[in-house]
Structures are given as C-alpha cells and as structure tokens.
Write a protein that binds this ligand. Structure first.
Ligand SMILES: N[C@@H](Cc1ccccc1)C(=O)O
Length: 505
C-alpha cells in the first residue's frame, strides 16, 4: 500500500531496537513534529510502529527562584546567621538573627516557616537556635531545594520530582507537563521496510492552485487524524470588555432601555454645570479633568444656559439656595474629555439630543469616561461607564435598588451592597459595592441617585428621574475574577488572561 512521504521517512528513520522520540525523528527526517506525530499514528494504526507515551515534567525557574539561586534560600540565610550569632547552636534573640541575616519583608516569614519545616533548628519564646544535628535529613549546606534551584538557574535539568513539586508549591519554579511520544518499529514494520515501501505523494490540504490546475482530480488526500498534535493557533477574538459591554447592552435593552449617544469631548456645561456641580468643585480642577486646548463650544441652548446660571447662583424654588460663588459662562463652554457619561444624560433630559422625553422613559449608554486618576489595580485613566436613567412619576429608592438587583442578577451577582453617598446632583445618593469572587474584597462598582430639583427643574423635567453610573471594568472583575484592572486593558494587559477569559452570564 502506498504510504505518505512522511510515513516512509519515519519508517526509515525509526528503529526496531531503540525507541526514538518524535522530536528526534523530526530532527532526523527534517519534518515538523506534528507531521511526524500524525505519520506515527497512521503507521501505528496499520501495526507498523509502536508508539509509547510518557508524561514528562519540565521545570522553569521563576524570578523569585532566580533571586534565591543567587542570594541563597531565605531559610538557609537565616540558619547561617543564627549559627554565626549563636556560637554554633545557642539560642539567639529572633530580632538579632533576622537583622544579621539581611532578610527583609515577606522573606522573613518565608525563612521562618521553611526553617521550621526543614528542621534547621528550633524557635522557642522569641529565640531561635540553629541545630543541624536535630534532624539527620536537615543539612543546610546541602539543601536539595537550593541545589535544584542552582541547577535550573544554570539551565540544567532536575530529576527529583519531590523537590520540584515542593519548589513549585513555593512558587520558585513552574512545572509544566507534556506528553513525550517514542516510536519503535514493529516486526511488521521491519518486514514492510524489507519488502520496500512506496511513497505516494499525498496532499494534506486543497489549495486554490490545485483547483485551478485541475491537479485535485489526481491528488491523493491524507486522511484526517483527530488525535494528531496540531500547532496551537491563537486567533483573534472579542476582547473581554467588549464582550461584557455587548452583554450589558443586551441586558439593558431587555429591561426596556434605549441607547444614548454623544461626544467624548464635550462642553463643561453638559459634563458639570447642568448637574449643579459648583465650578470650584475638586473634580472640575485641572487635577482631575482632561481639559482640551481647543476653542470653546459656541452652540449651547441660550435659555438653558441662563437657567443653569440662575440655579448655580440662587438655587431653585422658594427655599432654594445657590452656591453664591462666581459662575463663568466661559468655563461652561470650555471643552474637556467627559469625566462621566452623565453629560449624555443631561443632553437627553434637556431635550437637546432630540429624543422624546415624556415619561415613562428609560435610557442607557455603555461608553468611555476619562479621569486623571492615579493608576492602580482598580483605576485606569479611562474606563467604560454604564450610564442609565429612568424617568417616571413617583420614583423611590426602592425602585433604584430593585433595578440594580435585577440588573446585576443577570450576571449572577446577587449580593450587592448600598452605601449612602453624596453627589451635588442627586439626593438621596448611593454607592454600590460588590464582593470580588477571588479576593473576597468589597469593591465599589457604581454610584447612583435620584436627581435633585436643582437639576430637573432647571432642565425642565417635571417628574422623577433616577440615574446611575456603573463601572464596566469593575463588573468584569466580578464576573471574570480578574484581580487587577490593568490586566484587562492598557499596556500591561495580560494576554494569556485575555485569550482565555470568558464572559459568563
Ligand atoms: N456621574 C456619577 C454616576 C451617577 C450618574 C447619575 C446619577 C448619580 C450618579 C459618577 O460618575 O460617579
């Protein structure tokens, strides 16, 4: 029977007496390992070779492991310091030994626990004694973990599985498993070789060239082998945050909301003034705000600008009170990147966006907002805000809480917490919190409230409006278990995480 070229090459390279690994055979035949594997499986199915599989563990040293390979394991350093300080085994004050060892921060705990585990001595009422004779297996001068780290640091392999798994547990090495396949010729294989095997050229794919030339008519195609190792292909995929945003939009549309849209760079008028945010509010200073060096906005609804100014100066209603501080139209017209998407809510509620706003109405957006925050595990300079509002007669805090409960339940989150809060534009206001599934920490996930008369009367809305801004990234942290927002996007994004994370709901 004609065999593929790879199979013939493999039969010739394989031996009946020495098992050869797929990698060795690939090198000898100049074929790719996956081609050799596939050929080996096909030959095995016809009884011409035997394929033996073993799982091989290989270890690579981590950064922490490398540090210890250079500076010594913390427990060994502690032991030496104790020996020096205590005249070969006398108990010494723990603080003194630690000081002399030069160990710092978390290394101290690491040293103490491993010192005890390895029986390098004892710790008793604040004193530490190095006792190399206590345990016959304890020998800091020939510590097997230190020896293994040194070998790995020098790119040598380590055979002792127990030591490797201990180092793995300590996070000093990373152990990965892979399947090693070795091939030997069977008796039938030897016979076939002696009788002479014939190579038929088989095609492993149909190409446009084969189609145009008509060559496909004669071609012999290799069979599929679903067991063959194939190279890993990492295709493009939707980013977790995009997946999350799409899902949020679906959920909100399902809850009867319509989507708002509007500019990322906007007049401070829409971003802040309409919201009764005093012009000297800290969020409006150059510390927090990304001002743009562009000419101010010319088009603003004149009557609304006048009403907003009046509200800032005098407040609204009989007992109303304003800020009694300067209000500058020039500042209101200055353009900045929006620090929240509540600018869209203002455009819509005022009627300026052109949408019909007779109650009842529900609107949302899932759009970017920009803040000059300090980057950390829960803050980025830009983030997606899930903005939303409901306009109806007689809304209460129960409606607000119920809406959030319903919304978050769609993502499997049933334990949100509320904390009273202050916003210049809502009363009452609530911050929302959720529990991180991995760390158990309570993290802030949003801000909300019922708009004050200073906002609604000024905009000309004469019923209740409850509204919120929720952080999409925080929601993604809760649903994917990501612990650092910087893993999700930005220059430090964790590609491995992005490749594998799933948007679950
Ligand atoms: N703008 C608020 C969220 C919010 C919107 C609407 C009403 C109340 C709160 C924020 O960014 O935190």
């Amino acid at each position: 029977m004609p065999r593929s070229e790879a199979e013939v090459a493999l039969l010739r390279a394989a031996s009946a007496t020495d098992a050869k690994t797929v990698e060795q055979l690939a090198a000898e035949t100049d074929l790719k390992p996956e081609t050799v594997t596939r050929a080996a499986f096909d030959l095995r199915d016809d009884g011409l070779v035997a394929v033996e599989e073993t799982v091989e563990e290989s270890a690579t040293i981590t950064d922490e492991g490398r540090t210890y390979a250079e500076e010594g394991l913390p427990e060994v350093r502690l032991y030496r310091a104790a020996l020096d300080a205590g005249d070969d085994g006398d108990p010494v004050e723990m603080g003194r030994v630690i000081g002399a060892s030069g160990l710092e921060g978390p290394e101290v705990d690491i040293a103490l626990s491993n010192f005890a585990r390895k029986g390098y001595g004892s710790i008793d009422s604040g004193k530490l004694s190095a006792d190399p004779d206590a345990d016959p297996d304890a020998d800091p001068d020939a510590d097997p973990e230190a020896a293994a780290l040194a070998a790995l640091a020098a790119d040598e392999s380590v055979a002792d599985d127990d030591v490797l798994s201990q180092l793995d547990r300590r996070g000093l090495v990373e152990v990965t498993e892979r399947t090693v396949r070795s091939v030997t010729l069977t008796d039938d294989g030897v016979t076939a070789l002696m009788e002479g095997v014939e190579a038929a050229e088989t095609a492993d794919r149909l190409t446009p060239e084969m189609l145009t030339s008509g060559e496909w008519r004669e071609a012999e195609f290799s069979e599929y082998n679903v067991e063959a190792d194939a190279p890993e292909i990492e295709g493009g995929r939707k980013h977790v945050l995009r997946g999350m945003a799409d899902r949020v939009k679906d959920v909100l549309v399902g809850m009867g909301f319509r989507e708002m849209e509007g500019p990322h760079a906007d007049a401070d008028f829409w971003i802040n003034d309409c919201l009764f945010m005093p012009q000297d509010h800290p969020a409006r200073t150059h510390w927090d705000r990304f001002a743009l060096d562009v000419p101010p906005v010319r088009e603003l609804p004149e009557r609304l600008v006048d009403r907003v100014e009046a509200t800032h100066r005098e407040g609204v209603g009989e007992d109303g009170d304003g800020y009694h501080s300067p209000w500058s139209e020039e500042f209101a017209r200055a353009i900045a990147l929006r620090g929240h998407t509540t600018s869209l809510t203002m455009r819509y509620l005022s009627g300026y966006a052109g949408a019909d706003v007779d109650p009842p109405k529900r609107y949302f957006s899932v759009e970017k907002a920009y803040r000059n925050d300090t980057l950390d595990a829960t803050h980025l300079l830009e983030f997606f805000q899930i903005e939303g509002w409901v306009m109806a007669e007689d809304l209460s805090v129960r409606d607000l809480m119920g809406t959030f409960e319903e919304f978050y339940r769609q993502f499997g989150i049933t334990d949100i917490e509320f904390k009273p809060h202050y916003n210049p534009y809502t009363e009452p206001s609530f911050e929302l919190f959720g529990r991180h599934p991995e760390t158990g920490e309570i993290i802030e996930i949003g801000n909300s409230g019922i708009f004050r008369d200073e906002v609604l009367d000024t905009l000309g809305v004469d019923c209740d409006v409850m509204a919120w801004g929720l952080a999409l990234e925080r929601l993604a942290m809760l649903t994917t278990g990501a612990e650092d927002i910087r893993d999700l996007h930005g220059t430090l994004a964790d590609l491995e995480f992005l490749r594998n994370a799933e948007v679950t709901y």
